[in-house]
Design a protein around this ligand. Structure first.
Ligand SMILES: CC(C)(COP(=O)(O)OP(=O)(O)OC[C@H]1O[C@@H](n2cnc3c(N)ncnc32)[C@H](O)[C@@H]1OP(=O)(O)O)[C@@H](O)C(=O)NCCC(=O)NCCS
Length: 307
C-alpha cells in the first residue's frame, strides 16, 4: 500500500532518533487505511490488518485468535498523532463484531516514550517484547558443565519443560491454550532430530532441570527478520525454562552461559528473544542476562476493550 513518501521518511527519522539499533521502518503492507490530521494539519496514517488463527496455529500460543494489528505512521507528531490513529481504530471497531478471543495489537519501538503515553491512554498493555543482546558473553561464573545438547531421546522431557513455560506465562501474559503441548511438539521434535540440534539441557545428578530451545535466524535484505533486527546472523533464543520446583537455583544462568558461548562460537551477530514484560521472572532474568527491549508489542484483549 502506498503512503506518502514524506510520511515514511518521517517515520524512519523517528525510529532512528529513538533507538540506533532499529532497522529502518518498513513500508506498509496491504490493509485498511486509517487517516487523520493533527491540530496543525499534519497528516498521519495507519494501516490495519486483521489476522485470524485456527486452533491448530502455533501462533495461538501467544496471539489471540482474531487480531486487529495497526501499523502506525505518525512521523514527528508524537503522542497526538498516535492518539488520533488509535481513536480512528476505536471508531472502526464500533462497527465490527469482536469476540472474547480477540485483540488489538501494535508492535512498536520500545524506547518511544511519546508513543507509550498514547498506548497506555487507550488501554493497551506491554504484553510482549523482543529483547536483544549484542555484547559478547562474559566468561561464565557458574557451572556450565551441567549443560549438554539434547537429542531425539530427550523429546518427552523437553516437551514437558517447554509446556511448563506456558503454564507460567499463562498466568502472567497470554492465557494458556488447552492444546499447548500439541502446538509445541512438531517444532521441538524437528529441533531435536536436526543434525546439529539447537536444544540444550541443564542436568543435576542425571535429572534434566532446565531447557533452552534455540535457532538461527538470518536478517538479510528483504527478510522478515530484517524488519526487526540489524543485518546479521542472529541466535534466536526461543523457549527457556527451568522445572517449576527448581527456579532460582542457578540452572537458568548456567544454561544461558553455555548457550551464549555456543551461539557466539557459531558466528552470532547477537542473540534475541521474545519475553513478556509482565513476567516477573523473565523480565528480571533477561535484563540481567544482558538483553534489552528493542520492540514492544502493545495489546488489548479483547479487541473491544480498546479505549
Ligand atoms: C526465567 C527462568 C528460565 C530463569 O531460570 P532460573 O533457573 O530460575 O534462573 P536462575 O536461578 O539462574 O536465576 C534466576 C534469578 O532470580 C532469582 N530468584 C530468586 N528467587 C527466585 C524464584 N523463586 N524463582 C526464580 N528466580 C528467583 C535468582 O536468585 C536469580 O538471581 P541471580 O541472577 O542474582 O542469580 C525461570 O525462572 C523459569 O523457568 N520461569 C518460568 C518460565 C519462563 O518465564 N520462561 C521464560 C520465558 S521468556
Amino acid at each position: 500500500m502506498d503512503i506518502a513518501e514524506p510520511l515514511l521518511a518521517a517515520c524512519r527519522a523517528r525510529f532512528a532518533a529513538v533507538d540506533a539499533l532499529l532497522p529502518p521502518a518498513a513500508p506498509p503492507a496491504d490493509g485498511v487505511r486509517l487517516d487523520a490530521a493533527t491540530a496543525d494539519g499534519t497528516q498521519v496514517t495507519g494501516v490495519l490488518q486483521r489476522h485470524r488463527l485456527g486452533p491448530g496455529d502455533v501462533s495461538t500460543l501467544w496471539s489471540a485468535a482474531d487480531t486487529w494489528q495497526l501499523f502506525p505512521y505518525f512521523g514527528d507528531t508524537g503522542t497526538e498523532g498516535l492518539d488520533l490513529l488509535l481513536r480512528a481504530l476505536r471508531g472502526l471497531l464500533d462497527g465490527e463484531k469482536t469476540g472474547d478471543d480477540s485483540a488489538c495489537a501494535v508492535v512498536w519501538p520500545s524506547r518511544d516514550a511519546e508513543a507509550i503515553r498514547a498506548f497506555l491512554d487507550h488501554g493497551l498493555v506491554p504484553l510482549g517484547a523482543l529483547g536483544v543482546r549484542t555484547a559478547p558473553p562474559p566468561p561464565p561464573d557458574c557451572d556450565v558443565e551441567v549443560v549438554r545438547r539434547a537429542g531425539p531421546d530427550d523429546f518427552a522431557v523437553a516437551l514437558e519443560l517447554a509446556t511448563a513455560t506456558f503454564d507460567y506465562t499463562g498466568l502472567v501474559a497470554a492465557p494458556r491454550r488447552a492444546n499447548t503441548a500439541d502446538l509445541l511438539a512438531p517444532a521441538l521434535r524437528e529441533a531435536l532430530d536436526a543434525e546439529e540440534p539447537a536444544v540444550w539441557l541443564a542436568e543435576d545428578g542425571g535429572v534434566v532441570q532446565a531447557m533452552a530451545h534455540c535457532a538461527w535466524i538470518d536478517a538479510t535484505a528483504g527478510s522478515a527478520a530484517a524488519e526487526l533486527l540489524p543485518p546479521g546472523r542472529w541466535g534466536y533464543v526461543n523457549n527457556v525454562v527451568t522445572a517449576p520446583g527448581e527456579r532460582g537455583g542457578g540452572f537458568g544462568r548456567a544454561l544461558m552461559a553455555r548457550v551464549h558461548q555456543e551461539l557466539r562460537t557459531g558466528g552470532a551477530t547477537g542473540t534475541y528473544l521474545y519475553y513478556n514484560p509482565t513476567n516477573p521472572l523473565a523480565s528480571v532474568f533477561w535484563h540481567r542476562q544482558g538483553y534489552r527491549p528493542l520492540w514492544t508489542t502493545w495489546e488489548v484483549r479483547p479487541a473491544g476493550a480498546l479505549r
